[in-house]
Design a protein around this ligand. Structure first.
Ligand code: SAM
Length: 290
């Protein structure tokens, strides 16, 4: 560990990249954390103990990776950039607990990956300073996989972090909020200034903790839940009734009954419905579908 360069020094990070013939790539959202205190704060929030199974997405030049290695994690770091992945492998060679996997995280099959790298019953923790360009699609892949982690501490563009935990009636409450809150309970832990990254991004960030929630719907109903949630938010200013008619035209004659059974006012807008109401609406619609 002592051989690692000081990853909180922009000068050393630049020198490291130069040595490997690399430059930050904007299209991959490469804004590297250059503040040791923030890196330690994030890793402390994960609560990593010696031997814990941890996945890090987008390790970059390794600011969080180094802290995680220090805490004795059994770490799998997934980086899409071939040059960075090779550099990290080299850098973390002295750390037997760190494995680097070059892969596009949007293409990961989570149950297969977790089964391949960790003990069968391992409770896996997830950490990432997420590339902003993929944060939405990435979260959808985790929810599709039913959030197979014990806990996740993730840094997002501030606006995305707040969208994930937005409540009904908030202006940023949408499909991503509902799905996020169906699968996880989330809490914004702290904000992070854009000054602690190199190159400096235009916007600030926030660190969020997510833990899995128990499911309300059974697997058969789940597909319909996604369809319903994503469908009704396509026209968020229209009433829930009109949205439901648009996405389930085949249930036109039963629609009054569906709303009555769910005790939901037809004139309500999607942005006013709680996650539990969305789940109930799904279950009732599912029954009418036959
Ligand atoms: N974790 C580092 C830090 O805090 O300094 C780097 C964070 S940087 C915002 C995002 C990292 O994610 C970059 O290293 C980038 O190459 C990587 N990345 C971008 N898209 C990715 C993808 N689809 N799969 C895996 N890694 C990706």
């Amino acid at each position: 560990m002592t051989d690692l360069p000081d990853l909180s020094s922009p000068r050393e990070v630049m020198a490291l990249l130069e040595k490997h013939g690399l430059k930050p790539r904007k299209q991959l959202g490469q804004n590297f954390l250059i503040d040791g205190n923030i890196a330690r704060k994030i890793v402390a929030a994960v609560g990593v103990k010696e031997g814990d199974a941890v996945v890090e997405i987008g390790p970059g030049v390794g600011a969080l990776t180094a802290e995680l290695a220090q805490s004795g994690a059994n770490l799998l770091a997934i980086e899409v950039d071939r040059g960075l992945a090779a550099m990290l492998e080299d850098l973390f060679k002295p750390c037997p607990g760190v494995r680097v996997f070059r892969q596009d995280v949007l293409k990961v099959n989570w149950s297969e990956l977790v089964g391949r790298y960790f003990e069968p019953a391992a409770a896996v923790k997830l950490v990432s300073n997420l590339p902003y360009v993929i944060s939405g699609p990435f979260m959808y892949t985790l929810f599709r996989a039913r959030f197979p982690f014990e806990t996740a501490v993730l840094m997002f563009q501030k606006e995305v972090a707040h969208r994930l935990v937005a409540r009904p009636g908030d202006s940023n409450y949408g499909g991503l909020s509902v799905l996020s809150q169906y699968y996880t309970a989330g809490k914004v832990l702290f904000n992070v200034s854009n000054n602690v990254f190199w190159p400096r991004p235009r916007v600030g960030s926030a660190v969020l903790r997510l833990i899995p929630r128990r499911f309300i719907l059974d697997e058969g109903e789940e597909e319909l839940f996604w369809y319903l949630v994503q469908g009704v938010f396509q026209q968020r200013r229209k009433t829930m009734f009109n949205n439901m008619l648009r996405i389930f035209p085949e249930l036109r004659l039963q629609m009054d009954e569906i709303f009555e059974e769910a005790s939901i006012k037809p004139s309500i807008r999607p942005e006013q419905l709680t996650v539990e109401q969305f789940a109930m609406m799904t279950r009732i619609t599912y029954n009418y579908h036959g």
